[in-house]
Each structure stands twice: as C-alpha cells, then as structure tokens.
Design a protein around this ligand. Structure first.
Ligand SMILES: [Zn+2]
Length: 120
C-alpha cells in the first residue's frame, strides 16, 4: 500500500504506522531522535517554587543537583539549616518548605554550579 501524505506533511502508511517526516522511515526504525543531544542533566541546577496543591507558602524545589543520593541528602540537610525550614529529598529532588529561592540560589552558586530559576 502506498504511503499517503496528509495536510500536516506527516507520512502515514497503514502497514508501518507513523512515519518520520525527516528521514521517511517508520518511527520505530527512525534514528533522527537518537541523534539529538540528551536532555539537560548538564550540571545546571534548577530552583523553582511550587505552590500548586500545597498549603501556605508552598515549597522550593531544587532539581538537577549533580551529586549522588548521599551527597544530595547531605546538601539538603545543610540547606534546611540555612533556611531554618524543614524539607525532604525525593527522587533526587530537594524540597524545602517555604519560599527560599533567592537564598538557595546563592548557596548553590557557592558550590560552583550554574544555577537557574525555573518556573514561578
Ligand atoms: Zn527520522
């Protein structure tokens, strides 16, 4: 069965499913996406505030810390003391109660990391 072009430019074939518009191969066999650089675990530490679904002031989240789990936990302990707040570590993400974005960014920069503020 001949492939058909739809108005969006993507090529479909009933036998092969979705086709890659770049290389015209079935998406399963496509290598285009694999050539893309991996998503940023590039040593950039991101600090964001999350209030959604939280009571009160919300929490400050720190993601992308380039340390192992023990290192992240030790860092979290230090940051909690610095903020005078409670917090947890979950799946490599440090969560500090309250809004401490500015303070935490300063602390993280002192580690020599690139720190960016993410989200709100
Ligand atoms: Zn492709």
């Amino acid at each position: 069965m001949a492939p058909k072009k739809n108005s969006g430019g993507l090529v479909y074939s009933s036998g092969l499913g979705r086709m890659c518009p770049t290389c015209s191969r079935p998406v399963k066999e496509c290598a285009c996406a694999k050539k893309q650089p991996p998503p940023p675990s590039d040593g950039v530490v991101r600090v964001s505030r999350q209030t959604k679904g939280r009571k009160g002031k919300g929490v400050t989240l720190i993601t992308g810390v380039p340390l192992d789990e023990a290192g992240i936990k030790a860092l979290a302990t230090r940051l909690k003391q610095r903020c005078g707040s409670g917090g947890t570590v979950k799946d490599g993400i440090i969560e500090i109660q309250g809004d401490h974005c500015d303070l935490l960014m300063e602390e993280l920069k002192q580690q020599g990391w690139t720190v960016k503020r993410a989200g709100g």
